[in-house]
Ligand binder design. Structure first.
Ligand code: SF4
Ligand code: SF4
Length: 311
C-alpha cells in the first residue's frame, strides 16, 4: 500500500511537526554494532533496559511484522529564554521547561495515525516517542531529519538540534529520503565544553559521566568526582547543545504554546523542603517528574555540596 509523502508531510505540518522524513524499514546493522559497542563498554551506566529487546531495536519488523517504512518526525521545542545564573537555583534542561513532550506528541501522533488510517483501512502502524525499543535517533538520521552530531544529538542544518523525535513504523511504502551528510567537520565545541568529559570520543557519550543521566535516570549517589562540575544543573544538562554552532545560528522559537516555559529553574531550598503533594502539584505535567522527588532532592543536596541517600 502507498500513501503519498506529500499527504503525510502536509498533515504532519498541520499538526505542528517541523520536520518529516521517510526511511525503508531495513535492519539497522551498523547502528546496532554501535549500540553493542556502547553497551560492551558499560556506557549505558545503570540503564539496563538498553540491553533488552536488542532484536527489536535492530529490526522494527520484530515490532510490526508488516513494517515497510519508518516515518520520522521532529518537533521544535526551542524558546529564547536563558538559563538562570542564580546560585540558589538549579538549572533545568531546556526540553523540560514546558508541558511533558510525551503528552504533547502522543496526541499529535494519534491524530496523524487516525488520519492515515482513514485514507486506507489497511494502514497499520506503531508509534514511539523516546520510550520503547526503537533507535529513534538512528531512524531520524536515516530519514534525513539531520545528522548525528559528535554530541550524539541529531542536528538539522535549518533548525539545529532543539527538537523531539518521534517515529511511526508502518506497513505503508513511501519515496525514501536521503540521509544528510555529517556537517560537524573539524568542530569540537561540544567535546571541549562538556563539564564532566562525558563525550569520551566524538559521537560517544558515557552516561556514567553525563550530567543528564546522573540527574535524571540515575537512582544512586552522584560521585564526589563531579563535585564542583555540575554548574548548578538540577535536571539534565544543555551544555553540549548550547555551544553547538548550528544551534547558536539557526535555532528558531517554537510555535507551540505547550512548550512555553513554566519554569527554567528550581529553587534549591524549595526542593530540599518539598513534600510529595507539593511535588505532584508543581510538576504533574512536567517531564521533571521522571526524576522523582527523591532524585531531585539528591541533586539539590549535591549542588549544595552535600550527599543525601536515596529513599
Ligand atoms: S549533556 Fe552535559 S554532561 Fe552530558 S554530554 Fe552533554 S555537556 Fe556533557
Ligand atoms: S558542537 Fe560542533 S562537533 Fe559538537 S555537535 Fe555541534 S557541530 Fe558537531
Amino acid at each position: 500500500m502507498k500513501i503519498s509523502n506529500e499527504i503525510v508531510i502536509h498533515k504532519a505540518h498541520e499538526l505542528g511537526f517541523d520536520l518529516v522524513g521517510f526511511s525503508r524499514s531495513e535492519i539497522l546493522s551498523e547502528e546496532s554494532s554501535h549500540l553493542q559497542m556502547w553497551l560492551d563498554n558499560g556506557f549505558n551506566a545503570s540503564m539496563e533496559y538498553m540491553k533488552r529487546n536488542f532484536e527489536k531495536r535492530q529490526d522494527v519488523k520484530q515490532i510490526l511484522p508488516s513494517a515497510k517504512s519508518v516515518i520520522s518526525l521532529a518537533l521544535n521545542y526551542y524558546t529564547p529564554n536563558q538559563h538562570s545564573t542564580d546560585s540558589n537555583t538549579g538549572k533545568i534542561s531546556r526540553y523540560a521547561w514546558g508541558r511533558d513532550y510525551h503528552l504533547v506528541i502522543w496526541d499529535k501522533l494519534s491524530l496523524l495515525e487516525e488520519y492515515l488510517s482513514s485514507l486506507d483501512e489497511n494502514f497499520e502502524s506503531k508509534s514511539y516517542v523516546d520510550t520503547g525499543p526503537v533507535m529513534d535517533k538512528a531512524w531520524a538520521v536515516r530519514s534525513g531529519i539531520g545528522w548525528l552530531g559528535k554530541n550524539s544529538n541529531v542536528i538539522n542544518k535549518e533548525i539545529g538540534s532543539w527538537f523531539f523525535i518521534a517515529n511511526i513504523i508502518t506497513n505503508c511504502e513511501f519515496n525514501y529520503s536521503e540521509p544528510i551528510a555529517d556537517l560537524c567537520g573539524s568542530c569540537t565545541a561540544c567535546l571541549d565544553a562538556c563539564p564532566t568529559n562525558a563525550i569520551v570520543q566524538p559521537y560517544i557519550v558515557d552516561a556514567n559521566r553525563c550530567i543528564s543521566f546522573l540527574t535524571i535516570e540515575n537512582k544512586g549517589e552522584i560521585s564526589n568526582e563531579f563535585k564542583g562540575k555540575f554548574d548548578n544543573w538540577i535536571f539534565g544538562c544543555d551544555v553540549c547543545q548550547d555551544v553547538c554552532p548550528w544551534n547558536k545560528k539557526f535555532s528558531e522559537p517554537t510555535m507551540l504554546q505547550e512548550f512555553q516555559p513554566k519554569g527554567t529553574n528550581l529553587v534549591l531550598d524549595e526542593v530540599i523542603n518539598m513534600n510529595e503533594e507539593e511535588f505532584k502539584a508543581k510538576l504533574e505535567t512536567s517531564p521533571i517528574k521522571r526524576a522523582k522527588l527523591s532524585g531531585l532532592k539528591r541533586n539539590a543536596a549535591f549542588l549544595f555540596g552535600e550527599s543525601l541517600p536515596q529513599e
